[in-house]
Design a protein around this ligand. Structure first.
Ligand SMILES: [Cu+2]
Length: 503
């Protein structure tokens, strides 16, 4: 499945026109502290909750050397392990990103979030099935100096999840300032595949940033910028620019997370050898799939098996982004060591219980959610976020399987056609089908080839003119959760709504 050089350039060109964001440098400004949001709900630890892993997670402001020259002021999570083992909480070296939390399915986790920022914040456990009070809903926030304790049992299967702030109207700014981290779940079934582990299991958190002349982070300014979504001009991986890895001639497990606010990536190897995908948002997929490149919208994850034994010592292999006009180097792998480790790439992976769409309670009548760019705000079914509001079509019953249909509406008065990465809190769902308005089908073909609609998903990219149907079960917990566009500037403008799971 090799791309010819001509295809490669063709794809790059088309996608560049298609999804390059309209970030306007002249209107940007250095980060300013936001106002404190009202209505904090501090929460203490419950004595009945017997935590296997118990950590303190601070949100603080300090500095990080990112570029040559002055260090960059960042906001970051710092962790401290109270109960658990060393591997449960591992800092990412030379990075403003938070420590990687690594736990097993079934473990009970307590995270004592202490907010030492001068504005309100909270933590959302992206992709995890947790009770609503532990989900980072914007109504549960900690103000400066306050503590909010998250307690939950890990119900998800093994996979690459992550955490980031979720206060209403400030998520984009806080993530841009540096607040994010990985949350990796392991389990017995995944262990049986004996995938590369330890130093051969490499996370790649891809984020874009914009720096001023003093190396300080910049962010959007004003409604127009927010409507367009924030795009940086510097791609960081794990918080570093010009990321490089020294690897040996053996297989690796690469865990990609698009941790960017708005920017989708189309990732390809510089030798056009394709990416061998073994997992998506919610862990390993049923059968590995070789893609010429992968499309990763904001918040999406992909796991890739990469065998460097096919390369000669001294080879430098670049990971490229084809999604922004001309190829951008995301990072470089330098193959500089011999390894005798041989392992063939897995083909069959994790069995999935596919939902039968016919068994959905609304099989004949899917709920429809239209994502539109209005004149002053992006909306869902014409509505924007209100802290506790739920519309009639936003109430579901505990345990039900439903079909939800997301539409990126560019017909009825929508202004700017923009992609919207749609995320549901507290769920892992399955993609049933996609369809594209015929006016857009050719234009978007180069992007849709890279879609990873396999396995369990919690976030899916929805291009202008596109409709996606998913099957989702509202199991585990009743309560109030949100679903929203994960273009964080759209989310902050209110492209987010509650849904209520009623017991
Ligand atoms: Cu959006």
């Amino acid at each position: 499945m090799k791309l010819s050089r001509r295809d490669f350039l063709k794809y790059a060109g088309i996608t560049g026109i298609a999804i390059t964001g309209g970030y306007i440098a002249s209107q940007s400004q250095a980060i300013v502290r936001g106002q404190t949001l009202a209505g904090s709900v501090a929460r203490g630890a419950s004595p009945d909750f017997d935590a296997d892993v118990d950590v303190v997670l601070l949100a603080i402001e300090n500095q990080q050397q990112i570029l040559d020259g002055p260090p960059t002021k960042v906001w970051r999570y710092e962790g401290d392990l109270i109960t658990g083992e060393v591997h449960n909480l591992q800092p990412l070296v030379n990075s403003f990103l938070g420590p990687t939390i690594r736990v097993r399915t079934g473990q009970k986790v307590r995270i004592r979030f202490k907010n030492e920022l001068l504005e309100s914040s909270n933590v959302h456990w992206h992709g995890l099935k947790v009770p609503d009070y532990a989900d980072g809903h914007p109504r549960f926030i900690a103000q400066n100096g306050e503590e909010y304790v998250y307690e939950f049992e890990v119900k998800n299967q093994a996979g690459t999840y992550w955490y980031h702030p979720h206060p209403h109207e400030r998520t984009g700014a806080q993530v841009n300032a540096g607040l994010a981290g990985l949350f990796i779940v392991e389990d017995d079934i995944e262990d049986t595949f004996e995938l590369p582990s330890g130093e051969f299991d490499i996370p790649l958190v891809i984020q874009d940033r914009r720096f001023d002349t003093d190396n300080q982070l910049m962010y959007t300014n004003g409604l127009h910028d927010q409507m367009m979504g924030f795009w940086g001009d510097t791609v960081l991986v794990n918080g570093q620019a010009n990321a490089r890895w020294s690897v040996s001639t053996r297989p690796y497990r690469l865990r990609f997370l698009n941790g960017s606010n708005s920017r989708p990536y189309i990732l390809s190897w510089s030798d056009e050898s394709g990416l061998y995908v073994i997992g998506t948002d919610g862990g390993l997929i049923e059968r590995a799939v070789l893609k010429p490149y992968i499309t990763l919208g904001p918040a999406e994850r992909a796991e890739v098996w990469m065998d460097f034994s096919e390369h000669l010592i001294g080879t430098e292999l670049q990971l490229l982004d084809l999604g922004s006009g001309q190829p951008v180097v995301v990072g470089t792998f330098v193959i500089d060591r011999l390894s005798e480790q041989r392992q063939s790439a897995p083909i069959s992976l994790r069995e999935q219980n596919r939902f039968d769409p016919e068994l959905a309670v609304n099989a004949d009548n899917p709920r429809v959610f239209e994502f539109s760019m209005g004149r002053m705000a992006p909306t869902i079914n014409g509505l924007t976020f209100e802290m506790e509001a739920i519309a009639d079509n936003e109430v579901v019953n505990l345990g039900d399987i439903e079909i939800w249909e997301f539409r990126n509406n560019v017909q009825s008065g929508g202004m700017m056609p923009m992609p919207h990465p749609i995320h549901m809190h507290g769920r892992q769902f399955q993609v049933i089908e996609r369809s594209m308005h015929p006016d857009f089908a050719r234009q978007w073909e180069s992007i849709t080839v890279g879609y990873l609609d396999y396995g369990w998903k919690d976030t899916i990219l929805l291009l202008p003119g596109e409709t996606v149907r998913i099957a989702v079960q509202f199991d585990d917990y009743p309560g109030l959760f949100v679903y929203h566009c994960h273009t964080l500037e759209h989310e902050d403008l209110g492209m987010m709504r509650n849904y209520e799971v009623r017991a």
